[in-house]
Ligand binder design. Structure first.
Ligand SMILES: Nc1ncnc2c1ncn2[C@@H]1O[C@H](COP(=O)(O)OP(=O)(O)OP(=O)(O)O)[C@@H](O)[C@H]1O
Ligand SMILES: [Mg+2]
Length: 371
C-alpha cells in the first residue's frame, strides 16, 4: 500500500478546464472520497493518477515516487471503472484471473488460483466462479469488477462510482462490505462519487470537487458541520441545507450575504411560545409534507422563501397549516456574496486543525474585491 499525492494538477480538454490546480494527499491506508456533481472533474482526476491522461501542469506521486510521466502499466494502481468492464464470454474465474495472467507478470497458476479464490471469498462470489460473466446479477457483476482490482494487490485503488449503476438496496449492502474490506486490507482507496451518503459513510476524509476545483478537504463530520463554502454546505446533507438572504434572517454583519441552516436545526414551535433570543420565523406555511419513514420532512413557504425542516415523530402537520419556526442563531452559517463562509470569532474553536486565521480571510477580501 502507498500514499497518493497530487501537486497543483491542471488538466484541460480544449477550452474546458476539467481539473483546475488540484492538490491533494491521500494517506497510506486511507479511504478518501472525492465528492462532486456531474462534470466536476472526478473521472479526469482518477484518469490522471492512473496515467490515462497527461496533465498540462502539476505532479503525481504514488508511494512518494514521481509518476507524472510514467506509463499506466508502470504505476501500481488498479482502476474500477464507472461502467462494468467484464469480458462477457469469460467465466467469473477467468475474469478475475485475467489481470494476473498478463505475460509481463509471469505469475504461476497456483498463485493465480490462490488469489482468485481468496478474492472470491472476500466478495462472496465463490459459488459463481464457474458462471459466465453475463449470467450474473448487476450486483454480482460489480463484485467481479471490484474483484478484478483486488486480485492485483496494487499499491492504490482508484474507484470511479463503482456502485452507481446498482439499485438502492444493493448499493447499500455492497457499500458496507466495501468499507469492511478496505479496513481489513488496509487499502489506500481514492473513490469518487456524486452520492453524499456514500461519501459520508465510506470516507475517512472527503474532498469536495466543483467545476474542477477542490473546495474543501476534511473528515465527514467536519465537512458537514463546518463547511468552508456554500457549495460544500449544499453538497452534503439530504434534505439540503436552507439558504436565506441575510436581511430575511435579520443579519447585519458586514460582508454577510446569506445565512444557511440545516433542516435538523429548524424547530417547529407553538405559535404563542415566548421569544427566547433565537430568530423566529413566524407565519411559515406548510406547502408539502414528505413522509420518508423514520423521518418526515416538511417544506415551508416563509415570505416567499422555501425552507425544509425535519419533523420529530408524531408531529402532525399538513399542507396549508401555518406554523412558527425557530432557528438557533449559532446554527446559522454565514456566507459572503461569493459563497465563501464568513466565520464568527467563536466558530473557529470548533474548526480546530484547519490552520486558518480567526476569520475567513478569503471571504473577507473576496467581498471587498468584488465590491
Ligand atoms: N475526453 C474528453 N474530451 C473533452 N472534454 C472532456 C473529456 N472528458 C471529460 N471532459 C469534460 O471535462 C469535465 C470533467 O469531466 P469528468 O468526466 O472528469 O467529470 P465527472 O466529475 O467524472 O462527471 P460524472 O459524474 O458525470 O462522471 C466535463 O466538463 C467534461 O465534459
Ligand atoms: Mg465520471
Amino acid at each position: 500500500m502507498a500514499e497518493i499525492g497530487l501537486d497543483a494538477i491542471t488538466k484541460s480538454y480544449n477550452a474546458t478546464v476539467a481539473v483546475d490546480d488540484v492538490s491533494l494527499r491521500v494517506g497510506d491506508g486511507e479511504f478518501f472520497v472525492l465528492l462532486g456533481p456531474t462534470g466536476a472533474g472526478k473521472t479526469t482526476t482518477l484518469r490522471t493518477i492512473a496515467g490515462l491522461e497527461m496533465p498540462e501542469r502539476g505532479r503525481v506521486t504514488i508511494g512518494g515516487e514521481d509518476v507524472t510521466r510514467a506509463a499506466p502499466a508502470e504505476r501500481d494502481v488498479a482502476f474500477v471503472f464507472q461502467q462494468f468492464s467484464l469480458y462477457p464470454h469469460y467465466t467469473v474465474y477467468d475474469n478475475l484471473a485475467f489481470p494476473l495472467r498478463a505475460p509481463a507478470r509471469r505469475m504461476a497458476e497456483a498463485e493465480i488460483d490462490r488469489r482468485v479464490r481468496k478474492v472470491a471469498e472476500q466478495l462472496h462470489i465463490t459459488p459463481k466462479l464457474g458462471n459466465q460473466a453475463t449470467r450474473l446479477s448487476g450486483g454480482e457483476m460489480q463484485r467481479v469488477s471490484i474483484g478484478r482490482a483486488l486480485v492485483r494487490e496494487p499499491a492504490v485503488y482508484l474507484m470511479d462510482e463503482p456502485l452507481s449503476s446498482l439499485d438502492a438496496k444493493l448499493r447499500e449492502g455492497l457499500r458496507v462490505e466495501l468499507k469492511h474490506l478496505q479496513v481489513d486490507l488496509g487499502a489506500t482507496i481514492l473513490y469518487v462519487t456524486h452520492d453524499q451518503v456514500e461519501a459520508l459513510t465510506l470516507a475517512d476524509r472527503i474532498g469536495v470537487l466543483h467545476e474542477g476545483r477542490l473546495l474543501q478537504v476534511d473528515t465527514p463530520r467536519q465537512i458537514y458541520n463546518d463547511p468552508d463554502d456554500a457549495v460544500v454546505a449544499y453538497q452534503l446533507g439530504a434534505p439540503a441545507i436552507n439558504f436565506l438572504p441575510a436581511d430575511a434572517l435579520g443579519l447585519d454583519t458586514p460582508g454577510v450575504a446569506s445565512g444557511a441552516v440545516r433542516p435538523e436545526d429548524v424547530t417547529l414551535i407553538a405559535a404563542d411560545a415566548p421569544a427566547d433570543g433565537s430568530v423566529p420565523a413566524v407565519d411559515a406555511t406548510v406547502t408539502q409534507v414528505e413522509r420518508l419513514g423514520p423521518e418526515d420532512v416538511a417544506v415551508f413557504d416563509w415570505h416567499g422563501h422555501t425552507l425544509r425542516a425535519l419533523l420529530t415523530p408524531g408531529q402532525a402537520i399538513s399542507r396549508g397549516d401555518v406554523v412558527a419556526l425557530r432557528f438557533e442563531p449559532d446554527k446559522i452559517m454565514l456566507f459572503d456574496a461569493r459563497g465563501r463562509r464568513v466565520r464568527r470569532g467563536a466558530d473557529r474553536n470548533t474548526a480546530a486543525g484547519h490552520g486558518a486565521g480567526p476569520m475567513s480571510q478569503r471571504a473577507d477580501t473576496g467581498v471587498r474585491n468584488a465590491g
